[in-house]
Ligand binder design. Structure first.
Ligand code: DGL
Length: 252
């Protein structure tokens, strides 16, 4: 069974890509809606929430984990593997596959993410290792607004304000390094015009297919666990996994 972890609805964008590539895998998804958004939390808080989230997934039968939350990637220290008895090969996070995809690319990269992701410098350091400097844009309120199902206009305003000082050219690539952001794709396109947007979900799911297949062939079970009831979560799960049979439990 694969466990997928995020603060809330963002990881559903990664789950969608996983379902396409590993259709029969059994998946348990934990959205920590009670503690979302994660992107404005401290490193210490994120470490605690990450450990708790992974443990919960393991208790529910997950043997391999996809950490579908960029904001917690900096907390995935080497010690975590021992603390939770997870083999490095059994964990896939967002940063590695995303950076690997751009090896050799000559495009100018701009990356937007939560304040926690940007201030951890995890992407900046990883891109430096492949000889690339990136421009970073932290968007403080966006994941939270998506999480509470804010109106389109508010989402557009938040994006517009975040990019006011950034000049994007049409040959640049904008990396959506928060798994919530692809849920606001239309707003990004409306505000920023025809700049190519990159959603890392596909390369993360490709990595999962390479590392977890065929060991994870199963019966297509899909189980959602959330730590607080959320209308947005229920609506998005229904919309994105319309034809699928799944269960949803609110943990108490
Ligand atoms: N979706 C997560 C990420 O990729 C967390 C966003 C948040 O909860 O602030 O960073």
């Amino acid at each position: 069974m694969i466990g997928v972890f995020d603060s809330g609805v963002g990881g559903l964008t990664v789950l969608r890509a996983l379902r396409e590539r590993l259709p029969s895998a059994d998946i348990v998804y934990f959205g920590d809606t009670k503690n979302a958004p994660y992107g404005t939390r401290s490193r210490e808080e994120l470490t605690e929430l990450t450990i708790a989230g992974f443990k919960l997934l393991q208790e529910h039968g997950a043997e391999r984990i996809v950490s579908a939350c960029n904001s917690v990637s900096a907390s995935l220290a080497v010690s975590l593997f021992d603390a939770l008895s997870i083999a490095p090969q059994a964990l896939i996070e967002m940063v590695g596959p995303t950076v690997a995809y751009f090896k050799g690319s000559t495009a100018r990269l701009v990356l937007c993410a939560t304040p926690a992701t940007i201030s951890s410098e995890i992407y900046q350091n990883a891109f430096r290792m492949i000889g690339k400097d990136i421009e970073c844009v932290a968007i403080k309120e966006l994941a939270g607004a998506i999480e509470r199902g804010a109106e389109e206009q508010e989402i557009e305003r938040i994006i517009r304000e975040a990019f006011v000082q950034v000049s994007l050219k049409k040959d640049d690539i904008l990396i959506l390094a928060c798994t919530h952001y692809p849920l606001a794709l239309a707003a990004f396109q409306k505000v920023l015009g025809d700049v190519p947007l990159f959603d890392p979900a596909s390369v993360v799911a490709d990595r999962a297919r390479r590392q977890f297949w065929p060991q994870e062939a199963g019966d297509s079970t899909l189980r959602f666990l959330i730590s607080k009831d959320s209308e947005t979560f229920r609506a998005l799960a229904k919309q994105l996994f319309a034809g699928e049979k799944y269960s949803l439990e609110v943990l108490t």
